[in-house]
Design a protein around this ligand. Structure first.
Ligand code: GZL
Length: 312
């Protein structure tokens, strides 16, 4: 595992004139949109001809797009895999065609000789950081938690759930009373939170909502306010991504904590592809990006100002 401690300015070189296919999941969240923007901008900066395919959240569209890239004979392929299974066949076809594949921001369950590397955060760690924050914040008071899960079957949903549960295990005063997917979107996050509120005494019995991404947390904040409760105090709000709008909510006292996920996965991905295409260099199978906890104590307004221009 290679840990990226800081964005070292590397020479944008090595892929000049190359054609790279990018199978992106869709635009379900602000974070996803930022990843797309940064991946496209970075391609321009490096003289890469990036072929972009938006899968509208469907794996079959991703598989079709990858097959198209293989048929075009691209030099490399980026995939942000919407779910973690069902990739073996199409990746074997890419391998057969000698086209290196780099996974962005999500892991898959497949033999790791089917892809060059995966550039992702440690999603179990993200869930643990979120859980640890809540454990500290509530102390020994009873706390009924509701959970908004990411896309069913995606590695972040599986791992962030796992990490959070590990963090609260052994703290009997905390329990996850309800857990359901909000598919990483604001709309669905709001809808599911409304149902949790209805089921939990108008929300009065809910102590915290843990959302696998900030967009679902923003949706939940809407639902909490519409139920006449105060997000950030009546119901704590903890999530993951670090998109600008969660810092706006924090500055208003309506969100409590987020675990930052960098949307710049493309830089390390392009570097790995450049080295491989140049001389067959094999990178580590996992290039891990950093995670950082932000709370209301971290001047959220200032953080919002720095983030809002970064492609979100
Ligand atoms: C996590 C990434 C998730 C983000 C969401 O690495 O796959 O997908 O947390 C996005 O915002 O929808």
């Amino acid at each position: 595992v290679v840990c990226l401690t800081m964005a070292v300015p590397v020479l944008a070189e090595g892929l000049e004139g190359k054609v790279i296919g990018f199978s992106q999941i869709g635009s379900e969240s602000g974070w996803r949109a930022a990843e797309t923007t940064l991946t496209q901008n970075e391609a321009k900066a490096r003289g890469i001809d990036l072929k972009f395919a938006d899968a509208q959240q469907k794996q079959e569209n991703q598989i079709k797009a990858v097959r198209g890239f293989i048929a075009q004979g691209v030099d490399g392929i980026l995939i942000a895999p919407v779910v973690s299974t069902g990739w073996d066949d199409v990746l074997a076809e890419a391998k057969e065609a000698n086209i290196p594949v780099v996974l962005l921001d999500r892991q898959i369950e497949a033999p790791d000789d089917l892809y060059l590397t995966a550039v992702t955060s440690d999603q179990v760690h993200e869930g643990r950081v979120a859980g640890d924050w809540l454990v500290k914040d509530v102390g020994d008071k009873p706390c009924k938690v509701v959970e908004l899960q990411g896309t069913t079957g995606s590695s972040p949903a599986i791992n962030r759930k796992k990490g959070f549960e590990e963090a609260i295990a052994g703290h009997g005063n905390l329990s996850i009373a309800r857990s359901q997917t909000g598919d990483f979107t604001r709309t669905k996050g709001k809808e599911v939170m409304e149902s949790f509120i209805k089921a939990e005494n108008g929300g009065k019995d809910i102590c915290a909502v843990y959302a696998h991404n900030d967009d679902m947390a923003v949706g939940a904040i809407q639902a909490i306010k519409e139920a006449g409760l105060k997000p950030g105090s009546d119901i704590r709000v903890v999530s993951i991504d670090g998109v600008p709008d969660i810092f706006l909510a924090m500055a208003a006292g309506e969100a409590n904590a987020t675990v930052e996920l960098t949307p710049n996965m493309a830089g390390p991905a392009y570097d790995a592809l450049a080295a491989y295409l140049k001389d067959g260099t094999q990178p580590a199978k996992w290039i891990q990006t950093e995670s950082k906890l932000f709370t209301q104590a971290d001047d959220p307004k200032a953080v919002y100002e720095t983030k809002k221009g970064l492609g979100y």
